[in-house]
Design a protein around this ligand. Structure first.
Ligand code: TLP
Length: 349
């Protein structure tokens, strides 16, 4: 039985074209700026995003942290959602490493009104609010997209008050493809952005940070300081170049597959949480059907892998290593898992 892995879009293996490019990559010591493949990747990334400079880093978490470090001063306050990845899932590094004070907005969306409401008159008493963080697509909000207009409006509100804006765009290309816009339009209103090569774009490792030249130079110093300096990184930057050529447009397939999976989720008697906007499907297992842990176990027995549930909520993520046919098969397994439990309940009564 073929395992279908829907835990995350980070589980993809490099494509044959990536493996070839990695094996043949021209490399050099990136510390000395000698790696031509890294340089090419960074130039292409900056051009794609319409930002003056970009830099390769090891992960999305590292990219976000560097943007916090380079875009703030210790003791500053940062406005961000209480369910965003930087706050929830990055080990508290914004506080423990960057020395920042989170100012939280309830729920996934940070609005221009919330930005304006968070501004306090200058005072030596309070923390200085200097940065707003956004996330696009938003993971916990079900892979939902922030539109160009929304991003611009938040950027304008923040800039009007002298604040910087950072975008955690781990899945920025998913948003661009789903909205049918260019990534540069989605990041026009932000000062710094991180996106991941290792998620929907299918690379084995790597993320990009981008912004103004002096900002990227500050981030480069911090990358070195936290041990993120790299040598012949062209070996994996080469996969990123392949991704730019061949892995962006195909994200539409992942989105189509996610919508199809959403149909199966409903058919299985689970509650679909929100609309399926990109490559994520969030579902709640009704207690009348079964306990969510038992349901995930029933899926596991049938070769369908998902992460442990959070409460009664399960996340399914589509990616380049699951085909439309795999999704049909996953749907059948989902239905079978739901039916198996109903039967067990009937026996237990
Ligand atoms: N998200 C991962 C897990 O949290 C490990 C996932 O499976 O979704 N921003 C966002 C919005 C993310 O979803 C992630 C990873 C990151 C940043 C961090 O990226 P990495 O894993 O490269 O550090």
């Amino acid at each position: 039985m073929k395992t279908i892995d829907l835990r995350s879009d980070t589980v993809t293996r490099p494509t044959p074209a990536m493996r070839r490019a990695m094996a043949e990559a021209e490399v050099g010591d990136n510390f000395y700026g000698d790696d031509p493949t890294v340089r090419r990747l960074e130039e292409q990334a900056a051009a794609l995003l319409g930002k003056p400079a970009a830099m390769l880093v090891l992960s999305g978490t590292m990219g976000n942290l560097l943007c916090l470090l380079a875009g703030t001063e210790r003791g500053d306050a940062v406005l961000l959602s209480d369910v965003c990845h930087i706050y929830l899932n990055e080990g508290g590094s914004m506080a423990s490493i960057a020395g920042l004070l989170p100012t939280l907005v309830n729920g996934p969306l940070v609005t221009p009104e919330q930005v304006l409401a968070a501004i306090r008159p200058p005072s030596i008493l309070g923390p200085r609010l200097s940065l707003v963080c956004l996330e696009n697509t938003h993971n916990v909000a079900g892979g939902s997209c922030l539109t160009v207009a929304q991003s611009r409006a938040i950027g304008e509100a923040a800039h009007g008050k002298g604040l910087r804006v950072h975008l955690d765009g781990a899945r920025l290309f998913n948003a661009a493809v789903a909205l049918g816009v260019g990534v540069h339009d989605l990041v026009a209103g932000v000062d710094s952005v991180t996106f991941c090569l290792s998620k929907g774009l299918g690379c084995p490792v790597g993320s990009i940070v981008a912004g103004e030249r002096d900002f990227i130079e500050r981030a480069r110093r911090w990358r070195q300081a936290i041990g993120g300096g790299m040598r012949q990184a062209g070996v994996f930057a080469a996969a990123g170049l392949v991704a730019f050529d061949s892995m962006i447009d195909r994200l539409a397939d992942d989105h189509r597959n996610a919508r199809r999976l959403g149909d199966f989720v409903r058919e299985a008697g689970l509650r679909l949480v929100g609309e399926v906007a990109t490559n994520m499907v969030f579902a709640e297992v009704p207690t009348t059907l079964m306990d969510a842990d038992a349901f995930v176990a029933a899926l596991g027995v049938r070769g369908l892998r998902v992460n442990p549930p959070k409460g009664n909520r399960i996340r399914f993520v589509t990616h380049a290593d699951v085909s439309a046919a795999d999704i049909e098969e996953a749907g059948q397994r989902l239905l079978a898992a739901a039916r198996s439990n109903v039967r067990q309940r009937q026996w237990a009564q």
